[in-house]
Design a protein around this ligand. Structure first.
Ligand SMILES: [Zn+2]
Length: 227
């Protein structure tokens, strides 16, 4: 589907039984990222962490730990500003600023992201052009469980929505938020997601029960899928 990061499992190159978990908008404070990393380590799962550069600067130790534990760091912009409100030059600078923050955190000043997930999952012509020009790949999803809309009770049903999707497609690349950045034209503060850890536990149980497996977070086709 053009215009967003949503793709079909076959376009992403996920085979039956393959699942990838991705976490956006961190690294998060209040112990959330640590709890999430502990949980993933206990289950030997590697995930994609789509980090916001501004949060990486606040918590470089967490970014370093994500990297050290074998997870994939994905550039999710520095300021989490909507691509719709940026020029291509501004978007490019924002991506590079996030890369620089990641590079400082992990002790590799040469660091350059291979993957980019645009804020709000918005893929407009500007995003497409910048990715092509800078030889980066879009980091997609295959299903969105609406975990950014905390209607009372809704977010606690993310696990069952993902279970139903996995049963239907027998594969999936899923997105959850460590916490939630509103999509705006200016930098804003993120909101909390208290359901995250129970939902991840539920998804892990579902994947095991369905006979699926978590695969490497970069085990997908490296191109701008489906275009
Ligand atoms: Zn985001």
């Amino acid at each position: 589907m053009r215009g967003s990061i949503l793709r079909r499992c076959e376009d992403v190159g996920l085979a039956k039984g393959q699942v990838i978990l991705t976490f956006d908008d961190g690294p998060a404070g209040e112990g959330k990222t640590e709890t999430l990393l502990d949980l993933l380590a206990r289950h030997r799962i590697r995930a994609g962490f789509c980090v916001v550069g501004r949060e990486v600067e606040r918590r470089p130790d967490l970014c370093r730990r994500i990297h050290a534990e074998g997870h994939l760091l994905v550039n999710h912009s520095f300021d989490h500003v909507s691509p719709l409100s940026l020029t291509e030059a501004e978007l490019t600078a924002d991506i590079e600023r996030c890369d620089a923050a990641i590079g400082r955190a992990i002790g590799n000043v040469e660091y350059r992201s291979r993957w980019f997930r645009p804020p709000g999952g918005i893929v407009n012509l500007g995003v497409e052009r910048v990715l092509t020009r800078t030889a980066r790949n879009l980091y997609p999803i295959t299903f969105f469980a609406w975990d950014v809309f905390p209607i009372p009770g809704n977010c606690w049903r993310i696990g069952s929505a993902i279970r139903d999707n996995l049963r239907r497609n027998r594969a999936g690349m899923y997105i959850l938020h460590e916490w939630i950045y509103p999509i705006s034209a200016t930098p804003t503060a993120p909101g909390n997601c208290p359901w995250l850890i129970p939902v991840v536990e539920e998804i892990i149980a579902t994947v095991r029960r369905e006979g699926a497996e978590f695969v490497a977070p970069d085990q997908i086709l490296a191109k701008d899928f489906g275009h």
